[in-house]
Design a protein around this ligand. Structure first.
Ligand SMILES: [Zn+2]
Length: 653
């Protein structure tokens, strides 16, 4: 019932199927107050709404109407409806007079699409004993609610207060049970007090332990300021009571924060309401009329933000958007910095290649997945005895190396001379050290950063150089680098006649190793290789062995797309399960025909597979059937039961 369409970082766009139609995620669910609603949220862009089953149950009139004609009729919305269970009321007012069984059965009765069990919303910063005790009850109730569920999709809320390990434990336990969606609960107090940093810990602790195939709902998050960050942490659904609550108070939402009507001289956006009225007009209106218009503006900006986030995921620029949004408030920037402590989690989900370039927007960009991943891969490159560090001029670097390299500083010494033992790297922000052979590979070429370098980036480069120097017998560092990054080197040597040559064979082997792992270059390009360049751009295009095409270097990101011969070589010369996706016997014929592979047919795969990677498709006996591009990462491929996992390029091996 849920499928991923596009991915960026932990964020995803997807499709959620319900009895009353599909919802494109990320989605915002306006909260509908049964019996009080005056705004048609569907006209403003709502695909799904949320209402409260407990409020309906408590009011005799509403209960009778809903029991007879259903909840959709009651709130006059014919699309998907989610209902909440009254847990919020429980947390606000203490005891409520409904039990878990009653609330599930009632939600079945009124025909909700997605129902919720009665959990205990444990607030932030309680004692561990209280958090543990309440979590135990939440888990018991969750288990029990499955017995009462008949037709509806069922939410099960992740609790655990501000104890990350309890949140993870709760997510693990709920993940084992047959639920459909997972709200992350009791986070409103964190957002109300701007404790976004703690929110990051809670959300990552939950999301990283929930099944990939179930949508996650950040409960009570209705301010558009937080949407981009929350999506980047893997949240798919939001609910907004904020649009109406803020309107009640004459407050206007925006991605930059909240505006009070009394302080406004200009309307804050370009929506229909803001174009049509001035703040003066609104102030002169009757309260009810004004509230309705402000609520409409609030929904307009919220839906606009959701659309922008979806577009950013499709083009691979979600983190650029997050970096912009988190500059709206220092507490959000703090949260974004906190997110930088979860690079190992995010790295697993971030696609290997994206459509848009990496933009450096400040020191926080140094803690993005792309940089982390590059440095991890850099560590795996076999070391030579000498290293030459060149300054960056223009990209691609190898094209703009000046004739006269100027002077160098020298650290250590080696008897070895010549190109064989020399590794050439370019020093640049934000990727630090870029081996010359890899200077066209994504994102090492596809990035922009300011030419005026900030102190954090300078320190980052200094640390990196200090570390890498240890791995070589002799390091030559251009005097320009010494100056730009304040390295404070002393041992100056006159330029000797360094010739920097990069042959095609070295380059394609290095790119293959970087893309598929160590040894892949030798596996693919051993023997009498012929490299063909594009007549238009002069860039490497096709690589042949005799007349057989092995691989094509894609112009956009300089990664290889394999041909049949390339796939055969990689398969026969690497060990199972590396670069492989294993499909079951039933789907073998489809794979052979070159049809795309659905996640449910995959029985095993290489744990290192990320989205947008070139992979080999094999059967249980490790016989090569086909090859293609992964759309999901390892965890997602294994967890999903619907939707495509691999876009097959060719079968019939
Ligand atoms: Zn507006």
């Amino acid at each position: 019932m849920f499928q991923i369409k596009n991915k960026d970082n932990l964020g995803r766009t997807g499709i959620l199927k319900t009895k009353h139609g599909i919802v494109k995620t990320p989605a915002l669910m306006p909260v509908i107050h049964p019996g009080k609603q005056s705004i048609n949220v569907k006209d403003l862009g709502a695909e799904i709404v949320i209402t409260n089953a407990y409020i309906i149950y408590k009011n005799q009139d509403l209960r009778e109407k809903a029991s007879e004609n259903g909840v959709h009729d009651l709130i006059n919305f014919d699309g998907p409806v989610m209902t909440d269970s009254g847990s919020f009321q429980l947390s606000e007012y203490g005891d409520i007079d409904i039990n878990n069984q009653e609330v599930i059965e009632f939600q079945e009765l009124i025909g909700t699409d997605i129902g919720t069990s009665l959990d205990i919303p444990t607030p932030p910063y309680v004692t561990r004993t209280k958090a543990e005790r309440e979590l135990k009850i939440t888990l018991e109730r969750a288990k029990e609610s499955l017995e009462y569920r008949k037709e509806i999709l069922l939410n099960s809320v992740v609790q655990g207060s501000t104890f990350p390990d309890l949140r993870s434990h709760c997510a693990d336990e709920l993940g084992k049970m047959d639920f459909d969606l997972h709200p992350i609960g009791a986070v409103v107090p964190l957002m109300e007090s701007y404790r976004y940093k703690d929110l990051v810990d809670v959300v990552i602790a939950s999301v990283s332990h929930l099944p990939e195939s179930r949508p996650r709902h950040l409960m009570g998050a209705g301010h558009p300021m937080i949407f981009a960050l929350a999506v980047a942490m893997g949240c798919d659904l939001f609910d907004s009571a904020a649009y109406i609550l803020y309107a009640e108070d004459d407050r206007l939402l925006s991605t930059r924060g909240t505006y009070k009507l009394e302080n406004l001289q200009e309307m804050p956006c370009s929506c229909q309401i803001c174009s049509q009225y001035t703040p003066q007009d609104l102030r002169q209106m009757k309260k009810e009329e004004r509230k309705k218009l402000i609520a409409q503006h609030n929904l307009n900006v919220s839906f606009a933000e959701i659309r922008l986030i979806k577009q950013a995921i499709v083009e691979g620029s979600l983190m650029e958007l997050v970096e912009q949004r988190c500059r709206a408030h220092p507490r959000l920037l703090e949260a974004y910095r906190q997110l930088g402590n979860y690079l190992d989690v995010m790295e697993r989900y971030d696609p290997i290649s994206k459509k848009s370039a990496f933009f450096y927007t400040g020191p926080e960009s140094l803690k993005r997945v792309e940089v982390y991943r590059h440095l991890e891969k850099l560590n795996q490159i076999p070391k030579k005895s000498r290293l030459l560090l060149l300054p960056s001029f223009r990209k691609p670097y190898h094209k703009y190396i000046p004739e006269n390299l100027g002077g160098f500083y020298k650290i250590g010494s080696s008897n070895k001379k010549g190109n064989e033992d020399l590794q050439v790297m370019v020093v640049d922000v934000p990727f630090g050290l870029i081996p010359l052979e890899l200077d066209e590979v994504y994102p090492l070429a596809q990035n922009e950063s300011p030419n005026i370098i900030d102190e954090d980036a300078r320190q980052f480069v200094r640390d990196l150089i200090e570390e890498v120097v240890e791995d070589y017998e002799e390091v030559l560092i251009s005097s320009q680098i010494n100056e730009t990054f304040d390295l404070g080197l002393l041992d100056y040597v006159e330029p000797d006649s360094l010739k920097i040559k990069m042959d095609d064979q070295t380059k394609i082997m290095a790119v293959a190793d970087y893309q598929f792992g160590e040894g892949a270059g030798a596996a693919l390009f051993e023997g009498n290789i012929k490299v063909e360049r594009s007549r238009k751009t002069g860039k490497i295009r096709h690589i042949y062995y005799d007349n057989d095409l092995i691989a094509t270097m894609r112009a956009s990101d300089s990664y290889f797309v394999l041909s049949k011969e390339g796939a055969r070589r990689l398969h026969s010369r690497t060990e199972y399960p590396r670069n492989r996706v294993v499909v079951n016997a039933d789907s073998e014929p489809y794979a052979q025909e070159g049809k795309s592979i659905f996640a449910k047919f995959v029985i095993e795969c290489d744990k290192n597979i990320r989205a947008n990677e070139e992979v080999l498709i094999v059967n249980e006996k490790d016989e090569l059937l086909a090859f293609g591009k992964s759309l999901l990462n390892y965890e997602e491929i294994m967890d999903f039961n619907v939707g495509q996992a691999i876009k097959t390029r060719k079968g019939g091996m």
